[in-house]
Ligand binder design. Structure first.
Ligand code: NAP
Length: 270
């Protein structure tokens, strides 16, 4: 973050960054995934909501929690148009329904912030049978992003190149595991050396007898967020859309995401 704004540091708030990029937020349609009380999604929603986006979609799993945040944004920014959308990224049916709801209301999406994320220690699967962290954190966002692609391309047609953006929220935890192309579901299949975790990890990251470790699965999903970002920019930059992947850190997390979403001085070239 400090590379484009040396004045920003660990004390910089999301609201102050949103206010600095007010011109990039005003009048634009923004979608944020993963919004609940006391989450980074809430900080993003309050900050972006304070700068008059045309429409702010808050898409998340638990309806009551999204509504709570939507009400808070409305209270602080009464003229901002907010829509709460139920989105369960662990269900492809729910992802289709959420994307349809957004498409029925707007024909352009300027900014998509794929922020939702989960971490579990015990192995579970999504409704569609995918290991739940890979399925939620990456595959769910992959599908959601692709379903909104026409709306993003439409926004890019009448916007400055590079200002239509997809932000994928990763984590420093990506260092725990590469993408296990040969065994992304942790089914005990042999993986080549370059798909295995790095040597020397502490015992808490060792796979159980069944071959699963929740941290490694989280790491794989966060590596996938980064690879997806590279792919998106390589394939969409010519259409004016760029993608950034950010590790939010803990305290200044939402501020970092806002720089990735709105800072016009960021340049991404392939
Ligand atoms: N906070 C950190 O220190 C940190 C560090 C590195 C990376 N990150 C990343 O930053 C992002 C936000 O983290 P956070 O700390 O704000 O996490 P959080 O407080 O746990 O919030 C995560 C949000 O994602 C939603 N979510 C979880 N599963 C979902 C699903 N299946 N479908 C739709 N929404 C779902 C949650 O919904 P519910 O309200 O229903 O639970 C919640 O609103 C995540 O991608 C995380 O991996 C965070």
């Amino acid at each position: 973050m400090a590379t484009t704004h040396s004045e920003y540091n660990e004390k910089t708030t999301a609201t102050s960054v949103a206010s600095a990029f007010a011109d990039q937020i005003r009048g634009r349609n923004v979608v944020i995934t993963g919004v609940g009380p006391n989450s980074l999604g809430e900080a993003l929603a309050l900050a972006i909501g304070s700068q008059q986006p045309a429409k702010l979609f808050l898409a998340s799993r638990t309806e009551a929690k999204v509504q709570q945040v939507a009400d808070k944004v409305r209270e602080l920014s009464p003229t901002t148009s907010i829509e709460a959308v139920t989105l369960n990224l662990a269900s492809q049916k729910s992802i289709h329904a959420a994307a349809s709801k957004i498409q029925s209301q707007v024909d352009r999406v300027d900014i998509l912030i794929n922020n939702a994320g989960m971490m579990v220690l015990e192995k579970e699967t999504t409704e569609d049978g995918i290991e739940i962290q890979f399925g939620t954190n990456h595959v769910g966002h992959f599908l959601f992003t692709n379903l909104l692609m026409d709306q993003m391309k439409n926004a890019a047609k009448s916007s400055e190149s590079g200002s239509t953006r997809i932000v994928n929220v990763t984590s420093a935890g990506h260092r725990l595991s590469p993408l296990r192309f040969h065994d992304y579901n942790f089914e005990g299949k042999e993986v080549p050396v370059d798909e295995r975790p790095p040597d020397g990890l502490p015992p808490m990251f060792s796979p159980s007898a069944g071959g699963y470790n929740g941290w490694l699965a989280y790491g794989q999903s966060k590596t996938a967020n980064i690879l997806f970002t590279v792919y998106l920019t390589q394939h969409l930059a010519s259409a004016g859309i760029v993608s950034y992947s950010v590790h939010p850190g803990c305290d200044q997390g939402a501020a970092t995401m806002l720089v990735a979403a709105f800072d016009p001085s960021l340049k991404c070239e392939f």
